[in-house]
Structure formats: C-alpha cells, structure tokens
Design a protein around this ligand. Structure first.
Ligand code: FUB
Length: 356
C-alpha cells in the first residue's frame, strides 16, 4: 500500500478537483466504515481491517478507529479490538476461524460502545446438518475513549442472529439496533441489551443483502443496505456497464418510523464501473469492474451541514509495485467518501463511487 500512497503524493490527487482523495486511508486495508460525529466535534469511524496479504473474509481480525476534522486528513488511532481479545481460552481449533466483520461505534453518557458480530461454529446445527455451520450474533464492547482498547461487556446480545450491527439514536433519544437481514429492535438504556422483541423490517425489496444503516432525513427515515447481485448484466453501446443493471450497489428504502415499514426508494450509490473492453479482466469474469468489492457497505454522517456517504472499493489493491495493475482484490478493500446530496423532494441523488 505504500506504493499507492507515494503515487497519490506524486500526482497530488488530494488537490481539487479531487477534494477527498479516495480512498481516504491508504496505509492499510480498511472496510465497513461506520461514521459518527463524536463529542469532540470530529468525525470518527471504526472500520474492519482487511488482511495485508489478501486472504478471505476469515482473515479479518481487528478493528481500527480513525478521526478527522475535515473529512480529508484522517488520524489512525490504532487497533481497538483484536480477535484474540474475544476468543475464549478453551476455543477449539475449528472455532478459531472467528472473524471480525462490520462493526459500529456509538457514544453515550461518557462511554463508547462498539457493536460487532461474533461468528462462531454452531456445534448443534453442524451435527444435525452433517456439515460445518457458522452462526453469528451481535456483541458489545465498551471503552471510555475511542482510542483505547475496548473491553467486552456483553459477548452475546440475546435475540440477535446475524452480522452487520448498526445503532441509530433518534431525535427523541430512543435507540435502535439494526442487524442481519433487516432485523431491528429498540436498544435498552444500558446499551447492551435489546428493549423490544426483534422484528424483520419491511424494506420493500427482495434484493436486500446486508450492511444495514439508518439515517434520518427531515421527518423521513432512510434505511440503506447492500443489494443482492443480479448477474444478468447489461452493457451500454459504448461498452460501459449499464449503471441501471442493479448488480452490486447500495440502495435505500424510506419510512415514517425507524421501525418501518419502508418503501424501496432506489439507488444510493453505483460501484466504480469501467470499460470492459479496455484493461485487464477480473479473475471473476470479464464484466466485473476493477474496483468492485464482493459486497459494499455504506455509512452516512452529517458533518458541518453536509452529508457524506462512506463506502469501500478495491481501488487501493489495484496499485501494486507503484503501478496500476487492476483488478483489485475483493477482500483488500479501502474506505472511500463522497458527498451525499438530495433533490428537492428529499430523494437521494445516487453517488457515483470515485477514486478521486
Ligand atoms: O467485511 C465483511 C463483510 O463484508 C461485512 O460484514 C459485510 O457488510 C461486507 O462488507
């Protein structure tokens, strides 16, 4: 990744018209950013960490926090939790492929709460099915600073099953936990338990895949998520991938309450496309764009009156040995940021992912 940082410096890509300089973190691979403005007035994000040498999702072993005062220059505050902090001592070899996937970090009453998915081998289900079955649920860790090591306070939130936790605090102070396949419940005041029965939200589409995020826009609640693949890809006549192909993108649905029901409202962002006849082919098929990740993960934050969409691409892993080599590695992802704007009817103007 050093080569990419050097290239960025050489070409001065942080300058206008590249105000954010995507990816924003270039010294390591980061994914699944969860951005929030914290009491110090800075924007903070906790991210998953992808492995330096590639490898798959099972090599994701840590969370890092980063902060910024301008969305452009980010300080790496280091590792706040490692897989070894949560694996019980008597864990069997099989269970040791636990991984740390998309987290969220929230501030409340002087403490920072980290919500993360625990993936574990389900011995009972595996025995029944005659094959390895991995199950997931949500856990919570706490710290008095987003720069310090977090301590596990609830290794399993009863009632959760799934990955990708996201916490939303409404204007009236009511807190909600979202996870998995559009599951949601109220979060208790103690921040570590559910305060209502989990429900599967109506999101108005069958293409919901994962990576849920809640954002309030005026009086409307926008639930966003990664949508499932549709491999019937159309190519436009100038050989670009059809931006309406609904392949791998973030979408959103709109509702009048944080618990829905929500109506499908369209695309939140388009992945980085590329001219399929020009450049190296992806090992995963000819039509996979260079910078596409297998699955995207969004987070939205308002900072100084402007909303920003955080997402990840594989652009950073496309630069190796100081030259562009594409395609990037699916599981060597990097956090990117673009401005998120709305039309007059509060409808999102879809963000086109950038490397700028
Ligand atoms: O990073 C691992 C998984 O990939 C996350 O939990 C999903 O949201 C997707 O980004």
């Amino acid at each position: 990744v050093g080569a990419f940082a050097q290239k960025q410096k050489k070409e001065n890509v942080n300058k206008e018209p590249y105000p954010l300089g995507n990816p924003v973190i270039t010294h390591m691979y980061t994914a699944d950013a969860s951005p929030h403005v914290m009491p110090d007035g800075r924007v903070w994000m906790v991210t998953s960490v992808d492995h330096e040498d590639g490898g798959g999702y099972s090599t994701m072993h840590a969370y890092h926090t980063f902060s910024s005062s301008d969305m452009k220059n980010w300080v790496d505050h280091g590792e706040i939790l490692h897989i070894n902090d949560i694996i019980p001592e008597n864990t069997t070899e099989n269970e040791k492929d636990w991984a740390l996937w998309a987290p969220d970090m929230i501030y409340k009453d002087g403490l920072y709460y980290l919500y993360y998915p625990v993936r574990i081998l389900d011995n009972v289900a595996s025995e029944k099915a005659g094959k390895r079955i991995v199950t997931s649920y949500i856990a919570v860790a706490v710290s008095d600073s987003p720069t310090k090591r977090f301590r596990v306070v609830n290794p399993k939130i009863e009632g959760t099953k799934g990955i990708d936790p996201a916490v939303f605090i409404d204007d009236d102070g009511e807190m909600y936990l979202y996870w998995g396949e559009h599951m949601a419940a109220k979060l208790a005041d103690n921040m570590i338990e559910l305060a209502s029965k989990p429900v599967k939200l109506e999101v108005g589409t069958k293409r919901f895949m994962e990576a849920v995020w809640m954002n309030k826009v005026g009086e409307e609640y926008h639930i966003s998520y990664h949508t499932k693949y549709d491999w019937k890809i159309k190519i436009t006549k100038d050989n670009y991938l059809d931006p309406d192909r609904k392949k791998s993108e973030l979408s959103y649905s709109v509702g009048k309450s944080p618990m829905g029901p929500f109506t499908y409202a369209g695309t939140l962002n388009y992945e980085l496309g590329t001219n399929v006849n020009n450049g190296p082919k992806s090992p995963n098929g000819p039509y996979v764009p260079w910078f596409q990740t297998q699955s995207n993960h969004g987070g939205i934050v308002e900072f100084h009156g402007q909303e920003y969409l955080f997402y990840h691409t594989s652009a950073l892993s496309s630069w190796r040995q100081d030259k562009f080599e594409g395609p990037g590695t699916w599981t060597q992802r990097s956090v990117c940021i673009d401005k998120l704007n709305y039309d007059k009817g509060n409808k999102i103007i879809p963000v086109q992912q950038t490397i700028e």
